[in-house]
Write a protein that binds this ligand. Sequence first.
Ligand SMILES: [Zn+2]
Length: 80
Amino acid sequence: MSQDLKCPKCQGTMVQGFIPDFAHGTSMPFVSSWVEGQPKKSFFSGLKNIPIAGGIPIAAFRCTGCGYLEFYSDHKYMAQ
Ligand SMILES: [Zn+2]
């Protein structure tokens, strides 16, 4: 995503970030990812049910003016 995104609310500058996911029971967070479909209970009862690479990484762009968050999900946002 380009760096010249403008906030849809106040036209402020949007800065790329991500939402750390600590849900895998480790001190090393993963980037939260988008997973297609309705969540199933088994997703939450067994951590191994979702492969780490099974979702599409989410980038969260934050407005420096008003704090508005806008999310994009794309493989290019995978941890590097
Ligand atoms: Zn804003």
